[in-house]
Design a protein around this ligand. Structure first.
Ligand code: HEC
Length: 122
């Protein structure tokens, strides 16, 4: 009786993983931050990347590494720290972020462009 239950749990878990991996395909209305029609501003693109990949650990009363990335002001403030882009690019000199994966190159390029443009909000 226990084994089938375990298999069911594992199945449920794997479907959940698929759900998150394919979030944008499942929900076409959920904007893709790499969409070139979305400007490299916080409100149009960067907030989507942060919410999908960073905010779960970097917000709240006890954020990972003491770094808050939940609001425009918090991300804009931290973006001047060279560790921000280094960690996202998985370069040496900073811990790779997110810790167990890497965001897409098109997302990294949007963040880079956003910083070069002076971190516009809208
Ligand atoms: C699963 C939780 C988790 C996620 C998701 C996550 N981080 Fe982190 N982050 C941490 C922890 C824990 C630390 C502190 C320990 C360390 O530096 O490895 C940290 C540290 C950092 C640091 C400091 C690195 C250093 O070398 O001092 C930066 C910058 C950072 N995170 C940015 C991000 C960004 C940007 C994202 C999204 C692309 C992100 N993190 C996603 C957990 C996370």
């Amino acid at each position: 009786m226990k084994a089938p239950f375990l298999i069911l749990c594992l199945l449920a878990l794997s479907f959940q993983a698929c759900y998150y991996d394919k979030l944008n395909e499942l929900h076409p209305n959920n904007p893709d931050p790499c969409d070139t029609t979305l400007a490299a501003t916080f409100d149009q693109s960067i907030v989507l990347i942060m919410k999908d990949n960073c905010v779960s650990c970097h917000s709240g009363s006890n954020p990972s590494g003491g770094i808050l990335l939940g609001t425009y002001q918090q991300v804009a403030d931290y973006s001047t720290n060279p560790k921000f882009l280094k960690s996202i690019r998985h370069e040496s000199g900073a811990s790779a972020m997110p810790p167990n994966s890497k965001i897409r190159d098109c997302e990294i390029n949007k963040i880079d462009l956003w910083i070069q443009n002076g971190v516009p909000e809208k």
